[in-house]
Ligand binder design. Structure first.
Ligand code: ATP
Length: 324
């Protein structure tokens, strides 16, 4: 392998830049070339490339988003699109690809590999932490810190006015962000898709919280939770059933996706980038680099896509105990 291409695809996440930097510099360290591909698979199709050396990634380790831009490419889902991509890759002399993204991006990489036998290595980049084969995806730790910071601020208002806040957080179909940030910020209840609390128990819990003398309440709701009402409907429901509460809603939204990556995400990105490039140099392919028990590991992309990243059930109990 003499030249590796790197792209970011799907939703951006903090730490993607640190991973690009790591891939570029690991290539340079091993004396091979590196090509940055703009706008994910769409840039691959359009030949939107830039040769990258160690100095082209100066001062990005601390930046959110991705300097290579990200995109979703409908054309890459077609055989014709992927043929164009392959022709460009050959023309540019690339002989392997590092894909930084989520499970959709990995699926695209696998399809490309199956058609052209082109080596592909995945780095998990999403704040949702919903990828099997790694305890942490890039951006997840940063997002947790962002959410905790926001809830701390909301708590100031909640306790000054004796209010109940429903705070909706991201996470797609997974409750990792809600559960961990909820515990970190001392939420009274946490609603996650993996465990449907149910409306009755939510009301019970809020009544108990009020009776125990708490002056404010924060309920963290994962965007994918299964309670059957969206966050605004939940407010209406609690308004109607617990008039003693003054309820407000805060949907944190995209602020969770941005910002400077935490130290943890920067170190993780650096480690994963090194492993991705060195694994390609060892002739490996179709794998995702990840972190398990603080060791950098390799998981077949197929498993990473199909497997489910389970939440830590012990945390549910911890959360229960903390709200006593
Ligand atoms: P996020 O979790 O942030 O959404 P993702 O990587 O899962 O990230 P997707 O939009 O699902 O994001 O996928 C990114 C891109 O990967 C798609 O726009 C498409 O170009 C490519 N891709 C996804 N699935 C396939 C597939 N089955 N065949 C070919 N390409 C695909």
């Amino acid at each position: 392998i003499k030249k590796i291409g790197v792209l970011t695809s799907g939703g951006d996440s903090p730490g993607m830049n640190a991973a690009i930097r790591s891939v570029v510099r690991t290539c340079a360290y091993h004396g091979i070339e590196c090509v940055g591909i703009y706008r994910g698979y769409q840039g691959l199709i359009e030949g939107d490339f830039k040769e990258m050396g160690p100095r082209s990634v100066n001062n990005i380790v601390n930046k959110g988003g991705t300097i290579l831009k990200s995109a979703r490419s409908a054309e890459f889902r077609t055989a014709e699109g992927r043929k164009k991509a392959y022709d460009n890759v050959v023309k540019a002399g690339m002989d392997a690809l590092v894909v930084i993204g989520g499970d959709g991006s990995f699926t695209g990489g696998l399809v490309f590999n199956s058609e052209y036998n082109f080596p592909v290595m995945g780095i998990p980049g999403t704040i949702d932490n919903d990828i099997f084969g790694t305890s942490h995806t890039l951006g997840y730790d940063t997002a947790l810190n962002t959410v905790v910071d926001c809830i701390d601020k909301i708590r100031d208002t909640a306790s000054s006015h004796n209010r109940l806040f429903f705070v909706e957080v991201m996470g797609r179909d997974a409750g990792h962000i809600a559960l961990n940030a909820g515990i970190g910020a001392g939420a009274e209840e946490i609603l996650i898709p993996e465990e449907n609390l149910g409306l009755d128990r939510l009301l019970e819990s809020l009544k108990k919280s009020k009776a125990s003398g708490k002056s404010s309440s924060i309920v963290v709701i994962a965007e994918g939770d299964k309670i059957g009402k969206n966050v605004f409907e939940l407010k209406d429901y609690v308004d109607a059933n617990l008039p003693e509460y003054d309820v407000r809603v805060s949907v944190l939204g995209h602020m969770q996706r941005g910002g400077a990556p935490s130290c943890f995400d920067r170190v993780l990105a650096s480690r994963l980038g090194v492993k991705a490039v060195e694994s390609l140099l060892e002739g490996k392919s179709n794998l995702m680099v990840g972190l398990l028990e603080d060791k950098v590991t390799l998981t077949p992309l197929e498993q990473a896509i199909k497997g489910k990243s389970e939440i830590d059930r012990d945390l549910l109990r911890v959360s229960d105990i903390m709200t006593t």
